[in-house]
Design a protein around this ligand. Structure first.
Ligand code: NAD
Ligand code: APR
Length: 237
């Protein structure tokens, strides 16, 4: 039976072949940095220069010519264009490679690298360069008020109500390139299963929550995702 409502969760693995390091690989971002230092509100309070520099570096890399969407991002954009039903991509990634590939129905649950936020007013601003701790915020005039628009450990991920609403009504849930270590995203498969959806994992290796999925495909996202998208479109047309 063709699917009507699909929710797709993506993680760092979908951007790995675009040249952006994942978090938990042997050469991953969390091997080079302590999570507590660069991805918590306490780390930011203790050393804002270190934290701003960490995200300034990641932003510079994202904007470099070397980083481009890969076949998996493009396949998901094609699915959005050609699929007859509803499709929502929920990404844990803070890069903008889904948008660059052409996806529009997208929730950035962990924030966006190309936005900064006033810590006092929550007003968002686009940012392409570096954020300095000496910058004054446009809205409040305070120095040091601007922070990356990124969800840190201990903070609430974004648009959770919209995400759960979609999970409660979907008939297919696909997780792509995520290790299943970080909640609440790692729990989405369980919610989708309770809703009666078929659940599918695409990853290089079994994730921490692999036993919760009904179907698994292990391999590169750039091969597995275009193949799956072709299958979904062939039955939905
Ligand atoms: P939390 O602080 O309640 O829990 C974090 C959990 O992660 C804890 O169970 C902790 O033991 C575990 N953890 C700590 N370091 C880890 C590591 N290196 N690898 C795997 N697990 C580790 O926070 P939470 O509610 O789970 O997270 C809040 C949200 O912030 C989550 O959605 C998370 O993904 C997000 N976040 C985003 C970024 C980012 O850079 N985009 C970084 C960190 C967290
Ligand atoms: N194709 C498919 N899967 C891949 C590829 C690839 N080319 N390369 C890596 N992977 C898989 C890895 O095997 C791993 O299971 O992608 C997964 C990436 O896992 P993590 O590095 O843990 O990234 P992610 O799950 O997105 O992390 C979740 O944790 O640190 C926080 O907020 C941060 O959003 C992040 C969250």
């Amino acid at each position: 039976m063709p699917y009507q409502r699909i929710v797709i969760l993506t993680g760092a693995g979908i951007s790995a072949e675009s040249g952006i390091k994942t978090f938990r690989a042997e050469d991953g971002l969390w091997e080079e940095h302590r999570v507590e230092d660069v991805a918590t509100p306490e780390g930011f309070a203790a050393d804002p220069v270190l934290v701003q520099n960490f995200y300034n570096g990641r932003r510079k890399q994202l904007l470099s010519d070397a980083v481009k969407p890969n076949a998996a991002h493009f396949a998901l954009a094609k699915l959005e264009q050609e699929f007859d039903g509803e499709l929502l991509i929920v990404t844990q990634n803070i890069d903008n490679l889904h948008e660059q590939a052409g996806s529009n129905k997208l929730i950035h649950m962990h924030g966006e690298l190309l936005k900064m936020r006033c810590a006092y007013t929550d007003i968002l601003y686009p940012i392409k360069g570096d954020i300095s701790v000496d910058d004054r915020c446009e809205c409040c005039g305070m120095r040091g008020a601007l922070r990356p628009h990124v969800v840190w450990f201990g903070e609430m991920p974004l648009q959770m109500e919209d995400i759960y609403q979609a999970l409660e009504t979907c008939d297919l849930f696909i997780a792509i390139g995520t290790s299943g270590n970080v909640y609440p995203a790692a729990g989405f498969v369980r919610q989708a299963g309770i809703s009666g959806a078929n659940t599918m994992e695409i990853n290089l290796e079994p994730s921490a929550v692999q036993s919760t999925f009904s179907e698994h495909r292990y391999g590169l996202a750039s091969s597995e995702v275009p193949r799956l998208v072709a299958e979904i479109l062939s039955v939905s047309l």
